[in-house]
Design a protein around this ligand. Structure first.
Ligand code: PEP
Ligand code: MG
Length: 556
């Protein structure tokens, strides 16, 4: 029987395929001395590794063609530079191992390049990549970074940073499994955006050997190693039955008695729009603009580039609603040119709106770009700030929006408990609230969203989190304003009913979750949702809250 492991399922569906590992940074090989008579063998090993890496780069260049081919061929030439190879040989002759000699020879070459004018200095990253590839090959560890594979695969990683995932080819990734991360980690968010099954917080995931065939059930969190043909058939059939039931759900989000709850999509940029439209999203509830900035982490993208990206998203929903979040840099989304390097606790430091208030030029450019992008479009634009702590933050953001001449509604994300507790005072400055339940859970439970060991506390069913949602929604209702949820909590169909019962006015999620949420919401009345919400809040644990809501909604 196949081995079964269990993590936390964070993106529905079943993926079956061979494992490829996300390579980690290459460690510095130890500086051990080798006996003189081993030198010729080590020199042979080094040459073979250099040849293999150069050939691989050339082969990948031939496949890619165009500009990528030129870059990969230039890298292959770096690897085969005769002086570099002679230096490696010399270092081995005086006692270095092959991997250490390559490491040191490249370090010397790197220093030369770095001081040789702007163009060559710009090639240092390429040189580092070549070095890492050769050293990884000599050490027998996976190549660093995104796997090189022409065949679709299941990606296994310790965790995935936004910068890594930007390089993934979505046509090749069948699913994800990560050792770290919780339901709100970027690996989980990305998996849902791509619509691929994913399991996170699986201890020992990175020990599953490269090439092993596994089945990932993103609904249950189960991983089957070497699944039998029967198990594969069983899993695939169950996923197909679920998918066809969902395909039948369409139209705007509403409870069975017609209480409307707009279902919106979370997007990272124009690339996510086709999936959002296909899922029938009624607009965008969270445009995470930082993905645009990750492409150019040395500096902010130009105003023109921003206008073009924003306009594409706005045009996708004519007469629909688009909620744009201004740049949320820091903590789990670091940006070299903005985030302080030496903070002991980046999640509690200068991040989100705090960074923008320290760099008003970046905020101003972004707001101006949004104003230009929206010009002449019938879209209903809303702009919100991440990490608003209090009324002072909310006012500073609203003032900046007004100064930029933005014709839009200004809002605040509720991600910090203080903002939920004093939501009414924040609503004196802004026109809507959007609950970022991922960070709200992180700060309510003092549980880092990137750490698998505390994923229990990231469970959005925690009654304390539901209390904060209720407080925010009640404040918005009292002020006659809206309060949506754009954190991952909205993508859990049962929890979406509970959030509706708590008074939340819209739900925004990765496009792939929309059909699930729509279908579940359509089965229950608003009164049932309210009863489920009250039952969940009356418990003391996330599991009990889930069970209590389930019992109400299934009519037990
Ligand atoms: C959140 O914190 O819930 C949120 C929506 O923002 P992000 O996940 O991008 O931090
Ligand atoms: Mg957040």
């Amino acid at each position: 029987m196949e081995t079964t492991l269990r993590g936390v399922g964070v993106s529905h569906g079943v993926a079956i395929g061979e494992v490829r590992h996300m390579g980690t940074a290459v460690l510095e090989p130890p500086a051990k001395q080798i006996p003189a008579d081993e030198a010729p063998r080590e020199q042979g090993r080094a040459r073979q590794a250099v040849e293999a890496v150069a050939n691989d780069l050339i082969a990948r260049g031939n496949l890619a063609g165009g500009e990528a081919q030129a870059v990969l061929e230039a890298q292959a030439m770096m690897a085969q530079d005769p002086e570099l190879i002679a230096d490696v040989d010399r270092r081995i002759a005086v006692g270095s191992s092959a991997e250490r000699a390559v490491y040191d020879a490249f370090a010397a070459y790197r220093a030369l390049l770095a001081n040789a004018g702007e163009y060559l200095a710009g090639r240092v990253a390429d040189l580092d990549d070549v070095r890492n590839r050769i050293v990884a090959r000599l050490l027998g560890v996976p190549m660093p970074g995104v796997p090189d594979s022409e065949e679709p695969y299941v990606l296994i990683a310790r965790d995935l940073a936004p910068a890594d995932t930007a390089l993934l080819d979505p046509t090749l990734v069948l699913g994800f499994v990560t050792e770290e991360g919780g339901p709100t980690s970027h690996s989980a968010i990305l998996a849902r955006a791509l619509g691929v099954p994913a399991v996170v917080a699986l201890p020992g995931a990175t020990e599953i050997a490269e090439g092993t065939v596994i089945a990932v059930d993103g609904s249950t969190g189960d991983i089957f190693i070497d699944p039998s043909p029967e198990k594969r058939a069983e899993l695939t059939e169950a996923a197909a039955v679920r998918a066809s039931a969902l395909a039948a759900s369409a139209g705007p989000g509403a409870t069975s008695d017609g209480h409307k709850v707009p279902l919106l999509a979370n997007v990272g940029g124009p690339a996510d729009l086709p999936a959002a439209l296909e899922a029938g999203a009624e607009g965008v509830g969270l445009f995470r603009t930082e993905f645009l900035f990750l492409d150019s982490s040395e500096k902010a993208p130009t105003e023109e580039k921003q206008v073009a990206a924003y306009r594409q998203v706005l045009e996708a929903f004519p007469e629909g609603r688009v909620v744009v979040r201004v740049l949320d840099a820091g903590a789990d989304k670091p940006l070299d040119f903005l985030t302080p390097a030496d903070e002991p606790n980046p999640a509690l430091g200068v991040r989100g709106l705090r960074i923008l208030l320290e760099h008003p030029d970046v905020l101003r450019t972004q707001l101006r770009a949004l104003a230009t992008a929206a010009e002449g479009l019938p879209v209903y634009l809303e702009v919100m700030a991440p990490m608003v702590a209090d009324r002072i933050d909310a006012k500073a953001f609203a003032d900046a929006c007004r100064e930029a001449g933005l014709r839009a509604k200004f809002g605040a994300m509720v991600e910090i408990p203080s903002a939920a507790l004093r939501a009414r005072s924040i609503l004196q400055e802004v026109e809507f609230l959007s609950l970022g339940t991922n960070d709200l859970a992180q700060y309510t439970f003092a549980a880092d969203r990137q750490v698998g060991a505390v994923s229990r506390l990231q469970d959005p069913w925690q009654p304390a989190l539901l209390d904060l949602v209720a407080t925010s929604a009640e404040a918005a209702r009292a002020e006659g304003k809206s309060c949506g949820v754009c954190g991952e909590a909205a993508s859990d169909p049962l929890l979406a009913c509970v959030l509706t019962g708590l008074g939340v006015t819209s739900l925004s999620m990765g496009a792939a979750s929309i059909p699930y949420v729509r279908a579940t919401l359509a089965k229950h009345t608003l009164a049932q949702c309210e009863r489920a919400a009250a039952a969940a809040r009356a418990t003391d644990t996330a599991d009990d809250a889930r069970r209590a809501a389930q019992a109400v909604l299934s009519g037990e």
